[in-house]
Write a protein that binds this ligand. Structure first.
Ligand code: SF4
Length: 465
């Protein structure tokens, strides 16, 4: 969990580029990685081929500080991958930063991975029993080990064998010698898009990372699809299909940037619909609608449009406050929120504020936000959440705390309002959330409903992994 914002956290963002003409691949990886910075701020890195060798550079820190030197240097290449990382799984150590590279009997491999291998404990035990020495706690290393161990004759067959034994929610890009490979898990939990422009094929976690390269011809990598790109062109192979599609609804609620298209739909438009439905069911509207920036912005607009209540900036966000130097102690958390968010007294004073946020996890940040608004003179604060009550943990790579820590497992909305000091709290019911997306049957809603799209084996073990 992000200790300051108290939100569910995803793990990573990935980018892969193949160009039929040599170009400064590291420089071209910089911009899409910069666009994906919201998906991971702990470490970042790139890997690319030069004169038949794989070169990798990675460090703890943000894209702007770790990789910007590549904008001023020329590194001609035709293939590269990049990664931004959120660190909870495996810890924030340089050895867990990606891409991960290896030389093995299959050649040189670099891998950047977003997501979570849910049977990693089984795979790890098996590797250790067979004598493998694991150098990191990252799931990506398991993939490299199984690829190296595969006895299949061709690399595509080895890929199919490896990924068909892996369970989980993942998207990844990989360099194998002079070939770029993209893989998406068979249930499509995590997003992955492919775009093409002139001589270039680009894969990225979100469409906003392709937009910055001026790419407008794009499509989703299909669930279970492996796309292989090299000098001979492009080809697809497919993993054994999953039981159903299971797109993570939190990509649309909170994770993705509003200008992205995720799972074939506009993130901004989906969030506006969530806000509109919140307004439709709201029995206690206020005088002014405000968002908790930035993830509440689109839903607040939708709420305002539907309710005809004006929207204003009740809170400003300091985009330069960073996060890593704040420790997760309660008193420091309040200071961290105050550094990040500040009320505009002229907007909130003597008003009944309808404040729109995307989700409520522990409730720790919301109580500070309510306090800030009331200190600034708000007459009433009504908190509206554009998602249902989070009641269950995620076993598919999203960092949500235990059932006991989730405030909605312990309290009703009225009790939560009392504890966080708000005048009322209301969530978007699940049946309304489903109306906000196209093809709701293709989504995972398990952290709200407890209905997991696959049977969860060894849930406790999975959470400790
Ligand atoms: S349980 Fe929730 S967070 Fe996890 S994949 Fe499903 S919708 Fe996403």
């Amino acid at each position: 969990m992000n200790s300051i914002t108290d939100k569910p956290k995803h793990f990573c963002g990935i980018v892969g580029i193949y160009s039929h003409k040599e170009m400064n691949i590291p420089g071209n990886l910089f911009y899409p990685l910069f666009s994906l910075q919201h998906r991971g701020q702990e470490s970042c890195g790139i890997a690319y081929r030069r004169h038949g060798n794989l070169i990798a550079y990675k460090d703890v820190g943000m894209v702007g500080s770790v990789l910007s030197h590549y904008l001023h240097e020329d590194h001609p290449s035709f293939i590269g991958i990049g990664h931004v990382r959120y660190s909870t799984h495996g810890g924030n150590k340089l050895e867990n930063a990606q891409p991960m590279i290896a030389s093995c009997n299959k050649g040189q491999i670099a891998l950047a991975h977003n997501g979570n291998i849910s049977n990693s404990h089984v795979l790890k035990e098996q590797l250790i029993m067979e004598g493998s020495i694991l150098q990191s706690t990252s799931d990506s290393e398991l993939i490299l080990h199984y690829l190296a161990k595969s006895k299949k004759s061709g690399f595509i067959e080895s890929l199919l064998e490896t990924f068909n034994r892996i369970e989980g929610a993942y998207s990844l890009v990989m360099i194998h010698d002079d070939t770029l490979i993209a893989v998406r898990d068979p249930q499509g939990f995590r997003p992955l898009v492919m775009g093409e422009k002139h001589d270039m094929t680009v894969f990225a976690s979100e469409s906003c990372a392709l937009d910055i390269l001026g790419i407008d011809h794009m499509r989703e990598v299909k669930p279970g699809e492996i796309i292989i790109v090299n000098k001979n062109g492009k080809q697809s192979a497919f993993l054994t299909p999953g039981p159903c599609k299971s797109h993570c609804i939190f990509e649309l609620i909170y994770f993705a940037r509003p200008d992205s298209f995720i799972f074939g739909q506009s993130v901004h438009e989906a969030r506006k619909r969530m806000g509109a439905y919140l307004a439709e069911i709201d029995k206690t509207p206020g005088d002014v609608v405000c968002a908790v920036p930035d993830s509440g912005n689109s839903a607040a607009l939708g709420y305002s449009e539907h309710s005809k209540i004006g929207i204003d900036f009740g809170l400003t966000r300091n985009h330069y406050s960073g996060r890593t130097f704040i420790q997760p102690e309660p008193e420091q958390r309040e200071f961290g929120v105050r550094m990040k968010l500040h009320p505009i007294r002229a907007v909130v004073k003597n008003k009944r504020i309808t404040i729109i946020d995307d989700s409520l996890v522990r409730g720790t940040t919301s109580s500070i936000i309510v306090k800030l608004l009331k200190e600034a003179g708000a007459k009433e604060v009504h908190l509206r959440l554009s998602s249902p009550e989070i009641k269950c943990p995620c076993f598919f790579g999203i960092d949500i705390p235990t059932k006991e820590e989730l405030i909605s497992n312990r309290m009703s909305p009225d009790e939560i309002a009392h504890v966080i000091g708000a005048d009322s709290v209301q969530f978007l019911p699940l049946e309304y959330l489903k109306k906000c997306v196209s093809n709701p049957e293709d989504f995972c809603f398990a952290c709200f409903s407890g209905k997991y799209p696959v049977k969860v084996k060894d849930p406790e073990k999975r959470r400790k992994e």
